[in-house]
Design a protein around this ligand. Structure first.
Ligand SMILES: C[S@@+](CC[C@H](N)C(=O)[O-])C[C@H]1O[C@@H](n2cnc3c(N)ncnc32)[C@H](O)[C@@H]1O
Length: 222
């Protein structure tokens, strides 16, 4: 090594600047993530701050129609919201954990469970930063929350034989909600490719004339 260069005050100064910018850059990045999460949380808390169940109290038909295929055990409801699907699974004998960024939503989910004399466990988490424990769940459901980097984590979090059930809007939904952020819409057939390694048991694309969505039920091999 060139001793003169490594010990030059100029080089030392440059190194200090580089380290300081790295530290400043990563702390700015971390605080912008925290700011985005706070914004998301207050937006959803505000939406849920009403007695009415914004997304209804009944499980979506795709969950109701396939509950008998799901392996009994521990179910994770990702972005549970007010709990319409997770509470339904709890009434069917599943041990349900629900995660969501909105404490208001989860409070309503707990209240809905209590009305049905069912028990659920809830956790306020930011899914952008949450590590879903691998090889843990028999069932994972995620409805109307599209965070693309979660899909491999969902596959990893299932036990062998476990099933993922996902439903969310497709690009056809734009005709009913022109302002809907396109980044959160699935392209036709896209959901079929998003859970590699899992076997597709059921798949549908539906256009009701008021909403357009895709649903999938897929199983991790034993
Ligand atoms: C359209 S709602 C769907 C709720 C529920 N899955 C259902 O189908 O009724 C989307 C949910 O995602 C949650 N959410 C949004 N951003 C989130 C984040 N970063 N981490 C965790 N949950 C989040 C919201 O609080 C909201 O409950």
């Amino acid at each position: 090594m060139n001793r003169r260069a490594s010990s030059s005050p100029y080089l030392f100064f440059l190194q200090v600047i580089a380290i300081a910018s790295l530290l400043l850059g990563s702390s700015l990045f971390a605080s912008s993530l925290a700011w985005a999460a706070d914004k998301d949380k207050s937006r959803w808390d505000k939406k849920y701050a009403t007695e009415k169940y914004v997304f209804g109290r009944e499980a979506i038909p795709f969950v109701q129609n396939h509950v008998d295929l799901l392996p009994k055990g521990h179910a994770l409801d990702i972005a549970m919201g007010e709990g319409r699907n997770g509470v339904f699974l709890a009434t069917k004998g599943f041990q349900v954990t629900g995660v969501d960024i909105s404490s208001e939503g989860l409070k309503k989910a707990e209240a809905l469970a209590a009305e049905h004399s069912a028990t659920i466990t809830t956790m306020v988490v930011d899914l952008e930063a949450y590590a879903i424990p691998p090889n843990t769940y028999d069932v994972i459901i995620c409805t109307y929350y599209l965070q693309r980097d979660l899909f491999p984590k969902i596959a990893a979090a299932l036990k062998p034989g476990g099933m993922a059930l996902i439903e969310t809007y497709t690009t056809d939904h734009s005709q009913y909600r022109p302002g809907f952020n396109k980044a959160w819409l699935l392209k036709p057939n896209q959901l079929l490719t998003m859970l590699p390694g899992l076997r597709v048991l059921r798949y549908q694309e539906v256009d009701t004339g008021q909403a357009a969505f895709a649903s999938i039920l897929a199983q991790k091999p034993h």
